[in-house]
Design a protein around this ligand. Structure first.
Ligand code: SF4
Length: 196
């Protein structure tokens, strides 16, 4: 018999345990998922010049749609926009009902299930299991940054491609150069004005 979840709203229909099946399959196969993701990331980084030509903003909607479809099915992805799967054993931390991104709370049950949803294995217990099969499994020990909720719904894939292709660094350098040029121009104008 299904154990009711502690904080489930009354009248909410019971969640189907089968819903987790694909998520757990992906975690069991975290090594293959890691290889697939590394391949995808490599491709996206290579495609960065094409994305720049088309316009990253124009790419955002269609890519986010595909990402949601694929990762929603495989990982129950919530599209937080800052994917942690590579460092969480392919177990999405956004499925933790407490939204914890840096390990489990103190309430994991003796059977490894979630304190809130008694019929769901703890996301972080699964994350540890998944990380053990991954080449970069040690990444689970690196503290994660707080979630930036402004990124919700955006594509993590594109964000990684922008970062790893050097696009973000180039834009930052261009902006810094433009700001420095504007400052220098303003200073020249001031000193010119002072002479007059
Ligand atoms: S960490 Fe974020 S982007 Fe990655 S699967 Fe979870 S919700 Fe989706």
């Amino acid at each position: 018999m299904r154990t009711p979840a502690a904080f489930e709203a009354t009248g909410k229909s019971p969640r189907d345990a089968k819903k987790f099946a694909l998520r757990f399959w992906a975690i069991r196969n975290s090594a293959a998922m890691e290889r697939m993701y590394n391949g995808l990331e490599w491709t996206l980084v290579k495609l960065a010049p094409a994305f720049t030509a088309i316009g990253w903003e124009r790419m955002e909607k269609p890519v986010a749609k595909v990402e949601k479809l694929v990762k929603g099915a495989l990982f129950d992805c919530k599209m937080c926009g800052q994917c942690a799967l590579s460092s969480t054993g392919m177990s999405c931390p956004m499925n933790c009902p407490k939204g914890l991104r840096n390990g489990p709370c103190g309430g994991v049950r003796a059977n490894g299930n979630c304190e809130v949803y008694a019929d769901m294995p703890c996301v972080w217990v699964k994350a540890y299991e998944g990380s053990q099969n991954m080449q970069d499994g040690a990444a689970i020990a690196v503290p994660a940054k707080p979630v930036d909720h402004r990124l919700k719904g955006t594509s993590s894939w594109l964000a990684v491609a922008r970062e790893k292709s050097g696009y973000n660094a180039r834009i930052a350098a261009e902006r810094a150069a433009a700001a420095a040029a504007a400052k220098a121009k303003a200073a020249t104008g001031k000193s010119g004005g002072a002479k007059a």
